[in-house]
Write a protein that binds this ligand. Structure first.
Ligand code: HEC
Ligand code: HEC
Length: 168
């Protein structure tokens, strides 16, 4: 009898484990695992990746196909594929951005493991332009006259120092 009871308990436990295992293997909503992440945190969900991608696209004023090559059959884009140089450039830019934020804007990491945008993001430089201008514009000289903000004018020194720090 003892053996039987023990066996029964083991069987019961085993079936619980089996049910648990089956449940966790139950078909999940089609979540595609990212296949080729080199700079983004690997644990991001598809949804989170799409959100970041959308931010990059609008910051540069481009569509997804600016960085992602089309599938061989012409239907849709082959996102993991690295053959467009713009994609590699974007990785380079992402690393640069993180470095600047960490080093000069005391950025930590957010809950996703992404370096926070405490200082700059793609839009700070790109402003909706995939190729921001690196040439400094010519200085345009006006027809003479004193610069704005002379004494007493707007931009002049602030009015008298009431309550300001007094020199001894
Ligand atoms: C400015 C370039 C750029 C644009 C625009 C862009 N992507 Fe990406 N995308 C990348 C880079 C770079 C990676 C790889 C990131 C890494 O290495 O961690 C990537 C990765 C992905 C991945 C993961 C692929 C995998 O399985 O490895 C998906 C999905 C994706 N992008 C979708 C999109 C969608 C959708 C859009 C348009 C809304 C878009 N991307 C726009 C550069 C871009
Ligand atoms: C500090 C300013 C700055 C930031 C921040 C920045 N970029 Fe750039 N990016 C540039 C400049 C400048 C160029 C043009 C470089 C050149 O002329 O060689 C450029 C070029 C690029 C290119 C190549 C475009 C082309 O015409 O081939 C891509 C792609 C790109 N950036 C993506 C990004 C993404 C994605 C981000 C955010 C993760 C980002 N950049 C953040 C300044 C910046």
């Amino acid at each position: 009898m003892f053996i039987n009871r023990k066996t029964a308990i083991i069987l019961a436990l085993a079936s619980v484990t089996t049910v648990a295992a089956l449940t966790s293997m139950a078909p999940q909503p089609a979540v595609e695992k990212p296949q080729n992440l080199k700079v983004l945190p690997k644990n991001l969900t598809d949804r989170q990746i799409h959100q970041i991608m959308h931010e990059w696209a609008v910051s540069l004023g481009v569509r997804c196909d600016f960085c992602h090559v089309a599938n061989a059959d012409g239907k849709g884009l082959d996102f993991p594929n690295d053959s467009k140089p713009e994609k590699e450039m974007a990785r380079h830019m992402f690393k640069m951005m993180n470095k600047i934020n960490k080093k000069y804007f005391e950025a930590g990491k957010d809950s996703l493991g992404m370096v926070q945008h405490t200082g700059i993001n793609c839009y700070t430089c790109h402003r909706g332009d995939s190729h921001p201008e690196t040439k400094i514009p010519e200085m345009k000289r006006g027809p003479g006259g004193p610069p704005p903000g002379g004494p007493g004018g707007p931009g002049g020194p602030p009015p008298g120092g009431q309550g300001g720090p007094q020199k001894q």
